[in-house]
Design a protein around this ligand. Structure first.
Ligand SMILES: [Zn+2]
Length: 268
């Protein structure tokens, strides 16, 4: 049988936007009631939280009926999100921890700067040893917030370098030249192309294998010719990236592998 307990004033729907929570079958359900919301919709957030958006007048009966109807799907979504959260735990900044860069794992190492110049403090990729070294001088340099900001800044710099290089290379090959190339920090969009011929490309792609980054660049450059996903568009993409489907699959499967590069992770 259903188990419902209340933390809220659900019996008396709110007069203005409100946020409540109740437990349904041992699962917390967050309800956001909004004046302009017409339909009832449900989503499993990236942190595995279940949220319902509905109007101010939606009854509890309607909400529970909706939950009951979609319960199997909801449980599957929650369990998949929980698996992702486990697979990509927050970084602990311990030596030996792995960091994905250009599709490969780099192992974190710390090095104390004794009598050297301060400007070396920060992360450096040592490609020959697949190591990510963090040089530090004072204990404050090891604060996890500082480490995260430093990490983001070094990935961003490397990302911009790789993207601009790839755009330069494929622009000449494809004879397609964007007016502007912006390096973006979007949360879930890897790239975009607008009708004014400006490209936007996400620096976090530098964590992915170079073939994936190249594919996104080719895809967006191809939009300079076809601002759609027509067969002609895909034929142009496949001419320069034959295995584009593999790259798309990698991006879909590993979208969260780049989550550690968000200042506020979506999973935690
Ligand atoms: Zn596209």
């Amino acid at each position: 049988m259903e188990q419902i307990s209340f933390f809220s004033l659900l019996k008396n729907p709110a007069k203005k936007n409100s946020f409540n929570c109740f437990i349904y079958k041992d699962t917390p359900v967050f309800i956001l009631r909004r004046a302009y919301q017409r339909s009832l919709n449900l989503r499993v957030e990236k942190n595995a939280r279940l949220q319902i958006n509905c109007s101010l007048s939606t009854s509890l009966k309607e909400i529970t009926a909706f939950l009951e109807e979609h319960w199997t799907w909801i449980q599957k979504q929650i369990s998949e999100q929980k698996k992702l959260i486990k697979k990509y735990p927050p970084k602990k900044w311990r030596e030996g921890e792995n960091f994905l860069f250009q599709g490969q794992n780099f192992i974190l190492k710390y090095k104390f700067l004794k009598n050297q110049t301060l400007n070396k403090v920060g992360f450096h990729f040592l490609h020959s040893k697949k190591t990510l070294i963090y040089y530090w001088k004072k204990p404050d340099d090891l604060n996890s917030n500082i480490l995260k900001k430093e990490l983001i800044s070094v990935y961003k710099k490397e990302g911009e370098k790789s993207l601009r290089k790839a755009v330069h290379h494929y622009s000449s090959l494809m004879r397609l030249f964007p007016k502007v190339v912006r390096v973006s920090s979007a949360k879930s969009l890897w790239g975009s192309c607008s009708s004014d011929k400006s490209l936007s490309l996400n620096w976090r792609l530098v964590a992915a294998p170079p073939s994936v980054l190249n594919y996104v660049v080719i895809h967006e450059l191809a939009h300079l010719k076809y601002l759609n996903h027509s067969p002609d568009f895909w034929s142009l993409v496949s001419h320069f990236c034959q295995k584009y489907k593999e790259q798309e699959i990698w991006l879909k499967k590993n979208a969260y592998a780049m989550d550690f590069l968000l200042l506020h992770s979506e999973l935690h």
